[in-house]
Design a binder for this molecule. Structure first.
Ligand code: BGC
Length: 774
């Protein structure tokens, strides 16, 4: 764990330059706008430790799989979120010496991510080997308004010299992925040229043939006035640049304005791509930096007005929740059903794909409550569009008759994961995809989604489960063998309680969904049944048999569900008794030792209790929580948030608060020692859930919004805003009262602390606070 980020409600601040922290900061200070994003790399040359990263949404490369021993069923490739053309480069040479923070003396340094403006600012003073001292201030952003564009304002002020500064503002397509399996570069050049005042570079990905056209325009100002200098165009393979040499004087500010665009063939015709890039570049250059920044600030203001969470009395907690919300908005804006929320967003390469079960299990509830309904629908349609591929994926593994297995990680619907214990065994992901359909309908009340898209997906998933189980003569029950649950620190176990539970739930829900569509839309049901070649009597009878005869491991003495058949055979040790030097286990222990231990990576039984909370009484929840949490190391970013929600439900607010801090500051404080690889974007939605479902007690039951707000000791108050069925509700909780405000024209009857209340259109409601669990 680290603690170098300064607390501030609206800003993320780093002061002082520590090269050892640079890759962590590059992740934390990342920028993005849903279409493109980048790590907080320096504009000028840096020869120290860095992970260079510029990413364009939807552009990927199918890198040839690399495994120790090939197993039938492995996918041929592992998709890579691609490091694309680096558009930020501004190399500076001062009186013949290259400005490089790795080689000069850094006198002063700060980095600020401003979450109100959506900007990254870096200020530093350095002394070069030639004795020249200079100050630099650089501000940059990825525009939310012109979402194919970014802009940089880079100001240099000499402290103790007059002389010459050479500036090279570049587009560098000669980039590589650090995680490239065969050290191969993934881009080839289509064209590189200067056109009028613009430098243009179009690159193509190997194999996938995506094109990305980038363009830059660079202008130099001194004393606030544009210099009438034309850049010298320079080019080499996969690289174009605009060069300037200017005379500078002591204390005189020289400002470089750089505008850049990145357009992808995912959104434009290839034949028109370069022209389109020129047009977007012209638009942003005409606006100018200040106007772009003004629009950027306004766009962020709107985002915050719609979805801020305000915490009073705890700056660390306030900063953290905003950071999480900010990074989510930077990653995914929800207009495009082809895109999804990668676990690292635009902040790193790791995880090789854009979509895990994280989206359905963790992110969807955030978007349901804070974004227009279309955003959540797009997330579901993404999976609907991949149904055929999920059926093919299942066929490759020997399943048949329309059974669908969604990939563990994917970009275009094809499986990209290639470790047998995950690819073939961590199949609970199918359950989360079905649960998301249920969750969407539970939240929105829009049952028509089932007939339009949902039911087909459910049938494919239910068929998979029905084929994945087998009858155990010994147990006289159906069992599910060879499973990895959400806890990836156990593989190839039998009867993982969570997977078996969600599998039978899928069967039940699919039967229910068939009945619902039959009642609402008998004709459409017939079409779906025909399309899926569904044998109603045979399939449903089989499913019902599984539902009644499924085996779930439990321990009666302890009164708990068992994570898997053999869990209690393991030596039972608690995390509190683990020496600190052994943590994180995944970096300190051999994999063999981890697998044989009882330590749990993330919520597993508790994930099931979280999803199906209404099925269990509070004592059952408590017993399972009390048993499993002390064995959980929370080494997945997805872990603390679920525990925060359950702890809050059980009335253990201190633990809930601890988990809240852990989920919300996971990256800011580098809890798991892996922030340098990129941020944990999907778990950031979990952070929001830990406030709203955890402390706020939000649930949807019987078509009604339920709240049970409680206040952690350290907070004076907190407030959040949610949309529910056309009503927009602000909830504020302090020691004395819970205040609700309806900011819409739609009256809403909701349940607070177990009682119904009606909140009139634009109305307010105040209730006394309570401290009891629900
Ligand atoms: C977790 C998975 C998760 C993946 C991507 C892994 O470490 O165990 O549950 O889907 O990360 O976030």
């Amino acid at each position: 764990m680290k603690n170098y980020i300064k607390y501030n409600e609206w800003q993320i601040i780093e002061e002082g330059f520590d090269p050892h922290l640079n890759k962590i900061s590059e992740s934390i200070f990342s920028l993005g706008n849903g279409r493109m994003g980048q790590r907080a790399n320096f504009e000028e040359q840096y020869t120290g430790e860095t992970l260079q990263g510029n990413y364009v949404a939807g552009v990927y490369y199918p890198d040839k799989t690399r495994v120790g021993w090939w197993k039938n069923g492995y996918p041929e490739y592992f998709a890579k979120v691609l490091n694309a053309t680096n558009w930020i480069g501004i190399n500076i040479v001062v009186n013949d010496e290259v400005l490089d923070l790795n080689t000069c003396k850094v006198l002063d340094f700060s980095r600020v991510l401003d979450m109100q403006l959506g900007t990254l600012t870096r200020r530093f003073s350095v002394e070069l080997k030639n004795g020249n001292v200079l100050d630099v201030e650089t501000i940059r952003f990825c525009s939310l308004v012109d979402d194919e564009a970014g802009a940089i304002k880079y100001t240099i002020t000499p402290h103790n010299f007059d002389g010459k500064i050479s500036i090279e503002s570049s587009l560098d397509g000669d980039v590589k992925n650090q995680d490239s399996n065969y050290d191969e570069k993934f881009w080839t050049e289509i064209s590189a040229k200067q056109q009028d005042d613009f430098a243009l570079l179009t690159m193509e990905t190997k194999k996938t043939a995506f094109w990305v056209s980038s363009g830059i325009y660079t202008a130099i100002h001194q004393d606030g006035i544009a210099l009438n200098v034309k850049p010298k165009f320079s080019t080499k393979e996969k690289y174009v640049a605009q060069q300037f040499t200017v005379d500078v004087k002591k204390d005189q500010a020289t400002t470089i304005y750089k505008y850049a665009v990145n357009l992808s063939s995912e959104n434009h015709d290839k034949t028109e791509l370069e022209n389109a890039a020129v047009e977007v570049l012209k638009t942003v250059v005409a606006k100018g930096f200040d106007q772009m920044l003004k629009e950027q600030a306004a766009a962020w203001t709107t985002k915050w007005q719609n979805g801020d969470v305000i915490i009073e009395g705890d700056v660390a907690a306030q900063q953290a929740i905003r950071f999480n919300i900010f990074q989510l908005h930077q990653t995914y804006t929800g207009e495009d059903a082809r895109l999804n929320i990668g676990p690292k967003g635009f902040t790193g390469e790791k995880y090789g794909g854009s979509t895990y079960w994280d989206t359905e299990a963790y992110c969807l509830p955030f978007y349901l409550a804070t974004a227009p309904q279309q955003v959540s629908e797009n997330l579901l349609i993404y999976r609907y569009n991949h149904l055929e591929k999920a059926i093919e994926n299942a066929e490759k593994l020997g399943f048949k008759d329309g059974a669908a297995l969604y990939p563990m990680v994917t970009i275009n619907g094809e499986e990209c994961h290639n470790e047998w214990e995950i690819t073939f065994e961590e199949i609970h992901r199918n359950g989360a995809i079905a649960f998301a359909i249920f969750n969407y309908i539970r939240y929105t009340g829009e049952q028509k989604y089932l007939a339009e898209y949902g039911l087909e997906v459910l049938i494919g998933i239910a068929r998979f489960w029905a084929q994945r189980i087998n009858w155990s003569i010994e147990k006289e029950k159906y069992v599910m063998l060879g499973i990895t649950g959400p806890n990836e620190y156990e593989n190839n176990v039998n009867n993982n309680w969570y997977t078996s539970t969600i599998a039978t739930w899928c069967l039940k829900y699919t039967i229910e969904a068939i009945d619902l569509v039959k009642a609402d839309n008998p004709q459409e049901l017939n079409q779906i049944l025909a399309k899926t070649k569904f044998d109603t009597v045979k399939e449903i009878t089989h499913w019902q048999d599984i539902i009644t005869k499924m085996f779930y491991p439990e321990d009666e003495k302890l009164g708990i569900f068992l994570q898997q058949d053999g869990y209690l055979d393991k030596e039972q040790v608690l995390v509190k008794d683990l020496p600190a030097v052994d943590r994180p286990l995944n970096q300190k222990w051999s994999w063999d030792r981890i697998l044989r231990s009882c330590f749990i990576k993330q919520a597993d039984v508790l994930q099931g209790i979280y999803f199906f909370e209404e099925d269990y009484d509070i004592e059952t929840i408590r017993r399972n929580y009390d048993f499993y949490e002390p064995r959980t190391v929370h080494e997945s970013s997805l872990s603390p948030c679920v525990h925060a929600i359950i702890a809050a439900k059980l009335g253990d607010l201190d633990r809930a608060y601890e988990f809240y801090l852990r989920t919300s500051r996971l990256d800011l404080d580098d809890y798991n020692n892996d922030t340098e690889d990129g941020l944990h974007i999907t778990s950031m939605a979990g952070t929001w859930l830990s406030v709203v479902e955890g402390f706020g007690g939000m649930r949807i039951k019987n078509n009604q919004l339920h709240l049970h707000p409680v206040l952690p000791k350290k907070w004076k108050s907190y407030a959040f805003k949610i949309g529910f069925r056309q009503a927009i509700i602000t909830v504020k909780v302090d020691e004395q009262k819970v205040s609700l405000k309806n900011e819409s024209e739609k009256a809403l009857t909701l349940n607070i602390f177990g009682e119904d209340h009606t909140l009139q259109a634009n109305g307010v409601l105040e209730l006394n606070s309570q401290i009891i669990a629900h």
